[in-house]
Every structure is written in structure tokens, then in C-alpha cells.
Design a protein around this ligand. Sequence first.
Ligand code: PLP
Length: 378
Amino acid sequence: MTGFSDRVERISISGIREVFEAASEDAINLGLGQPDFPTPEHAREAARTAIAAGEADAYTSNKGMRSLREAIADRYAADRGLQVDPEAIIATAGGSEALHLVMEAHVDPGQDVLVPDPGFVSYKELTKLAGGEPVPVGLRDDLTLAPSAVEEAITEDTAAFVVNSPANPTGAVQSEADMRAFARIADEHDVLCISDEVYESIVFTGEHHSPFAFADSDNVVLVSACSKTYSMTGWRLGWVIGARSRIDRMLRVHQYIQACATGASQHAAEAALSGPQTPVEEMVDAFEARRDVLLDGLEEMGLNTPTPDGAFYAMPSVPEGWVDAVIDRDVIVVPGEAFGAGGAGSARISYATGIEDLKEAIERMREATRACRSNASR
Ligand code: PLP
């Protein structure tokens, strides 16, 4: 019988799914990695119009429609003063495909990719799929990634390091100084920095910064998507931005595994990016209010939680048995270990859920915390 490739045997289904399966149907779900807001109406309308006019039926250019890539470039210019050449962008099937392209185009078998630990689950598995070795790099106490830790972990086998800000699963936001340092490391060590910025628009305090803006070399690639910013996870529309030589290589992979991003989604994304940004502002305000409610609750429970300045996750340190005790009370949270060994002793709580459910979930977490403490003192 035809066996399975070594590459696929090295990867596994995300541990997050197991948590979902363990919970009852009407549990309050604080395990979600997607905003609970609708896609902006003008984005949906643009897709409907394109479909009705027959403009979404055919392949687009492999890189994606020029008008979409211009809309992406214009957004970076307007929001961050960043000049991006539309020819240096590939529209992808979500940030996920963008990360896959980066890994396939840059990582050779046996090479290392430094990944934040705890960190988003795909970095490790996509590295392995490309034949590489993920090397976990632990976080600071405030759950940010220290440039010094990355620099110390670089060896001659290092192909790339991943920076993710705002971060999943921590909600941590890297400072401008850190981002400048990551850019310097990419320049000086001649190593690729993969900057995953899918949560770039969801920042509560300070500003989002990208190492892409600070590098002197071509050694930073930027991955982002409409998924979180515009609550468009189901539309599967992301992008990767990089130097032309890197884009050329990634396009080879994209051409054969995807051909082009879905036509209707490209139209929706273009409208989301170029239309009014008020839905994004409203969503970010709602997330901030919920974050504050959650942080107050966790503090009252005595759970130490570094303040998440972005995304929609918090990652408290929790006592032994806490995740199970919370899930037993019909609230889904994800154990920190699902994001790497560095996540042990913590849990990821997503607040992409309505405020009333969140308040109810906090009450149940309070009970679970009490139960864990009284068990521990017996
Ligand atoms: N990067 C991070 C940090 C994420 O959390 C996610 C999704 O949860 C992705 C990338 C993938 O996003 P997309 O849905 O656009 O593929």
C-alpha cells in the first residue's frame, strides 16, 4: 500500500479542536479565533455585485486583481505611511496560505525556523511541512518576544524567525523598539523575519509597528489578511508582501497550489479595504471594553494576566486543573499547552463573544477557580 509522506506524518491536527469536542453544545465558547461581528455590509455587497455581473467567474491574475493589490497598498499608505508596491503583493487564501508560501519558498529540509512559544499553532506545523525544524523561543514575563532571545537562538541553520504582533494566543503587542530590533536582526544575521500581522488593526494602546518598515535589507516578509480586521475569516483572503525576488519565488508555489485567491472574495476584500473603516473602529472599541471586563474578573479571581494590548485574547496563569474545571462548567477555553510547551500553566481566553455571555463565563470561571483552590488546599 502507498504509505504517507514523512512530512505529513510529522504534523498533527490542532489540539484546539479536542477542547471543542469535549464541550457541550450550549457551552459559552471563549475558544474562538474569529471576531463575532458581521463582515461589513459594503464588502458583502461588492461580492454580490461582482457575482451578479459575472465578474467573479474567472481566474484572476495569479497575484490577485491589480485593483485589490492597489487597495492593500493604499491602506498601508493611509494607515501607516508605508509605501508598498502592488507588484510586491500576492493575494492568498487567508493568512494561512500566505504563511505556507513563505515557508515553502524559504525553508530547506533540516533548516530551523524560530517560533514564539507559546505561539500560533501553524508556525510549527508549516515549518515541518516544509521539511524544517521549528525551534521554540520562550516569551518574556509580559508575553512579548524578546529580540535578544531570538538573536541568541540564531545559528547557521536558521532560515527564519517568526514575529507575531498583536499575538495569538497572548494578545501581546511588541513595542516599536522591539520591532526595530527584529529588523536589525534580520539585516545583520541575513535571516528572514516572517512578520505575521493578521491582528494589525486590533490594538488598544499605542500603535502597531512592523519590522517591515524598519529593515534596510529585503529580509522581512509581511503576512496579513482581511480575516480578523474585517471579520472575514470565511472569505479566505489574505496576502503576503515582500521583496520582488521573494514574491517571485512564493508566486511559483502559489501558482501551483492555489492559482489565485477566490474571485468573489477578492472583490469583497477590495471593498472592505477601500471603503469606510468605521466597522473596524467599532469592533476594536467593543473588544477593548470586553477586555477590560475580562481583566477585572481575572484580577478579582487572583489570576495573574499580563495586559493584552491587542487581538482578542488574554492568557492568564492558571492553577492546576483549571481548564478542565472551567470546561466542566460549560465554558470553553484553550489550555496554554496547545500553543507550545511554554504555554503550560496558562489558558487562552478569547473574548470574541458578546458581553453578557462573557460576564456569565467570568462567574463560572470564578467558581472553577475557587474549586481548584479548595482542592489544592485539601
Ligand atoms: N496568524 C495568526 C496569528 C492567526 O491567529 C491566524 C488565525 O487564527 C492566522 C494567521 C490565519 O488567518 P487566516 O484565517 O487569514 O488564514
